[in-house]
Design a binder for this molecule. Sequence first.
Ligand code: SF4
Length: 427
Amino acid sequence: MPKYYTLALGCQMNKLDAEKLDALLQEMGFEPTHKENEADLINVFACSVRQSAINRIDGRLKKWNKIRKQRPLTTVLTGCVLPKDKKELGKQFDILLDAHQMHTLPKLLKKRIQDIEDIFPESDYFKLPTKHKSPFQAFVTIQEGCNKFCRYCAVPYTRGREISRPASQIVEEVKDLVKKGYKEITLLGQTVNSYQNPEKGNIRTFADLINTLAKIDGNFWIRFISPYPTDFSDELIDVIATEKKICPHLHIPVQAGSDDMLKKMLRKYTREEYLDLIRKIRKQLPNVSITTDIIVGFCDETEENFKDTLDLYEKVKFDMTYTAQYSKRPGTQATKLFNDNIPQSEKKRREVELNDLVNKYSLVNNRKMLNKTVTVLVENTKKESLFGKTDTNKQILVKGGSKDLIGSFVSVKVTKALPWSLEGTLK
Ligand code: SF4
């Protein structure tokens, strides 16, 4: 049996594509291995967005080239790869493949490795099955690529333009997962709520799609990441407020709280429009948890611009935030057009100041959960307790109960609130 080794760097999109590749290769008769030395096939999901990821691949190539001298080895480069990396790095691999062309891999491998089957002669990327790592949590791709062109981001150049997956395929996949006992299904797309069904029929928009998915029989949760603020329609808010299977947790990246910075980043909304959206959501979903992404120290960000971000933070009081100091990324418009002119020490100071607010409001919001009964999906055990997440996506440690409960929903009374998690007891 030929063996394969996969190195998946970067974000959730690459991780999910690596799970698709697992399913594809295992159906072709390959066996996974954690040891590069014994692999006949090495796959790399690159992340051109981070230079460190590209450097890491460069370093590993030396080792793989040594293996190649001793026995036959095929190497594949895919994932988020910028044109310049395709040129330079790509020539050191045997097969260079756009992620959405993964269904063509069997044919390409067949030319190099004998005794394997071309199992998907007429398939397409979206029809590829996925070998989910968890037996009760699954990611489902509904869209590939992005049309937004934020200036700090390389995704539209590495993954290409936005393509939505036919809704009939998504509905079938989710029905199948629910039938198999999956309890949490996360719909994935770069701007997931700009989804437009390419098929004719009743499902046209993202709101129509999750409305249909929420009506599938069974006890399961639906989540989605990441929505883009201007594509958040009133219909979508109505569906989330009505359908109990859709989790009341919304991760809505804002990136900055100053209009100058939003404009410079080419985000397509103003701070007031973002705040209006949050007000509208909270009016219909008073218990929703809202999380976000924020970049500090983007090109030319003044102290006043940064203060606007802090002010927006105080207004929204997010449940949690991923903060990042801006760093120049190859292949982005920001790198071509602007100077990365905020000193590192200043970026750090701003991030620390912002993180003080992040910690403060995370704790404030978590304290509101005290003594409430919440539903938790148990994911694992930790320190002799159960560990899981609430529908609002808060991490919680649960006292009592056995590991047989992993993968089930349980009712928990919240007894303690910490900045980054909750504690509770089984009811
Ligand atoms: S919305 Fe902006 S940040 Fe997100 S993937 Fe598209 S270009 Fe990148």
